[in-house]
Write a protein that binds this ligand. Structure first.
Ligand code: SF4
Length: 290
């Protein structure tokens, strides 16, 4: 897209996750052409970035050859399911459609970290803080259950605010003001991972890069939380390796079996779900009973 912007004169609005928007600002600071052509930045709240292996894994689990896939939908919308009930859909090149709820997928829990980009372990920007305006999902009730999905928006530029106010006045936008705490509440899990989780990763991860962030390294958090952060980190790292190996030896079950077991452990610790959850409750590692 940047090549296109360079080649074609005009005024552009760039949409991206927080790190993309920050990169665009750095580029604008260095390059006059991008400074004048990129007029607006629109950010998307970000949980983390996953690799294309996620779709390959969906393909394995829906008996689909990855070469036959034309399009992937990660969170299908429909009146029969709430917004937080994720359904994956693959549209094949011949028009056939295959679906599976994330609930039944071996790696079907976004927050468990499967296929996460390792840079996301060191990221502290959930809300695209450098964008003129940013948008995210309202992960609080009653909005989580509304199948249409609901956005929260953070406006940082006066011009954007004027446009938004005009949209509301004309009835083209249905928005009402909320405070910063409300927005933080909608992103509680992401902020936990990128505040206390990041502080913990900075403290225990001694090898490789240890970037300076707005949170200081700290191990001052309860043992069960430490376990969850370690497990998520391990799932992220090993999902890439095991998927690669499974693909090399043409044995999807190798990855899928590992993913299923890892997810059970993660959900047992995080939500008290299943047999691992019973054990975690007995050991005092979780109080939740999902
Ligand atoms: S979590 Fe951070 S580093 Fe990862 S994709 Fe999102 S903004 Fe970029």
């Amino acid at each position: 897209m940047l090549d296109q912007i360079r080649a074609t004169p005009g005024r552009y609005a760039v949409v991206g996750v927080p790190c993309f928007i920050k990169a665009v600002h750095l580029l604008r600071a260095q390059d006059e052409l991008f400074r004048t052509r990129i007029a607006f930045t629109l950010g998307l709240f970000c949980g983390h970035m996953k690799s294309a292996r996620l779709v390959e894994s969906f393909a394995w689990q829906t008996d689909t050859a990855i070469d036959a896939v034309a399009r992937a939908e990660y969170r299908l919308k429909g009146p029969e399911r709430p917004a937080n009930w994720y359904t994956a859909q693959l549209t094949l090149k011949d028009g056939e459609v295959r679906q599976k709820d994330w609930f039944y997928l071996a790696d079907g829990d976004w927050g468990a970290g499967f296929f996460q980009n390792s840079a996301c372990n060191w990221c502290d920007d959930v809300l695209a803080e450098t964008a003129d305006i940013s948008f995210g999902d309202a992960w609080v009730e009653p909005y989580s259950s509304d199948w249409r999905g609901t956005n929260v928006a953070v406006v940082r530029s006066p011009l954007m605010l004027k446009l938004i106010d005009a949209g509301i006045a004309q009835g083209r936008l249905e928005l009402k003001p909320v405070d910063a705490d409300y927005i933080a509440d909608t992103q509680a899990a992401g902020l936990r991972q990128r505040r206390e989780g990041l502080a913990y990763r900075l403290a225990w991860h001694k090898r490789g890069l240890r970037p300076r962030k707005r949170v200081s390294p700290s191990t001052d958090l309860p043992f069960p939380r430490k376990l969850i952060y370690r497990l998520r980190y391990g799932i992220s790292a090993w999902s890439h390796r095991l998927f690669w190996l499974s693909r090399c030896v043409k044995q999807p079950q190798l990855y899928l079996g590992w993913a299923r077991a890892s997810l059970q452990l993660y959900q047992g610790l995080s939500y008290g779900r299943g047999r691992p959850g019973v054990l975690a409750r007995k050991l005092g590692l979780t109080k939740r009973n999902d």
